[in-house]
Write a protein that binds this ligand. Structure first.
Ligand SMILES: [Zn+2]
Ligand SMILES: [Zn+2]
Length: 299
């Protein structure tokens, strides 16, 4: 029989995401609840470490590794660099690379339409976090991963990470507790993960709801400056949906894009090459016409 939560948060694509994950509910409750402990376990060094770990595991691991490299292959790098970036990403506890990449590629293929795992047309909170609580059955998941991430499925390293996903979370928590006690466990795991989750989720919710559009991307994606600042450049999401394989998401001079700066840094030291960025002509062809008021001013 369906639980109250299931009835309240029924998924729009019920044929695909057919299992309500109590495990995930409990996990998110523990991580979010752990944040309350900052009132008893706060040290300045723990806050500083939280910021560093957030940018390394979230910014470099998820935004550069999982997203721009593994999902969209927007630049090339040595295999060992790819594996390091993927490993940093897994420590953000957003799923293993195969799962993350498959769902994100599916999002791009069906943006804000049927088949999008977190379509913004289903409401802000669905696209923000409720969608995460629903998972496909094992059989459906096998079909999704085979269709959307066959390249990663072929690689024994990513299959190994998929099998050992939770082990790394446990180990990270253990290492933090051993070396930094409760302050590091609370700030390095709970606060960092809660920040990391909501910032990533804001890309799916706020950057499909608030902000402006540079390009005609045929979906609801927007450029949202405050999400871009929080998410290391990922909030320039309309630019990204218009040019998914571009290593650069901030297309205008003021669109600050820390992930792209990091990829350029990798290139400068010889660890990345073939960065794809669309030509000025391609971008000009996809530009939306100016708003009527702007058009009048420039006439
Ligand atoms: Zn999107
Ligand atoms: Zn993407």
């Amino acid at each position: 029989m369906a639980t109250l939560a299931q009835l309240a948060f029924a998924p729009p694509d019920a044929t695909e995401r057919d299992k309500f994950s109590i495990f995930r509910v409990v996990f998110f409750l523990i991580v979010h609840g752990g944040v309350i402990a900052v009132f008893w376990h706060t040290r300045w060094w723990a806050i500083a470490l939280c910021a560093v770990l957030h940018s390394v595991f979230g910014g470099i691991g998820i935004c550069v590794g999982y997203h721009r490299l593994l999902t969209h292959r927007s630049f090339k790098c040595p295999k060992y660099v790819e594996y390091i970036l993927a490993f940093l990403g897994i420590l953000s506890v957003q799923g293993d690379p195969i799962e993350w990449v498959a769902l994100h590629r599916k999002h791009h293929q069906h943006s804000d339409a049927e088949g999008d795992p977190h379509s913004a047309r289903e409401g802000f909170w669905w696209s923000h976090m409720i969608w995460v609580l629903w998972i496909p059955s094992r059989k459906k998941w096998d079909q999704i991963s085979k269709r959307y991430a066959p390249d990663l499925l072929k690689d024994p390293f990513y299959r190994f990470l998929a099998r050992t996903n939770y082990l790394w979370t446990g180990l990270a928590a253990l290492v933090m507790f051993t070396f930094g006690g409760w302050p590091l466990l609370i700030w390095g795991m709970c606060v960092r993960l809660v920040l990391s989750y909501h910032i990533t989720w804001l890309v799916n919710s706020a950057s499909h709801t608030f902000g402006y559009k540079n390009f005609d991307s045929k979906d609801l994606s927007t450029n949202c400056w405050w999400v871009a600042l929080l998410a290391y450049g990922e909030g320039w999401h309309n630019n990204h949906h218009a040019f998914p394989t571009s290593a650069r998401h901030g297309m205008k001079p003021w669109e600050i894009d820390f992930s792209y700066y990091f990829i350029k840094l990798l290139k400068a030291v010889g660890l990345a090459w073939d960065l794809y960025v669309p030509s000025a002509e391609k971008m000009a062809a996809a530009l939306l016409p100016p708003e009527p008021q702007e058009a009048e001013e420039t006439a």
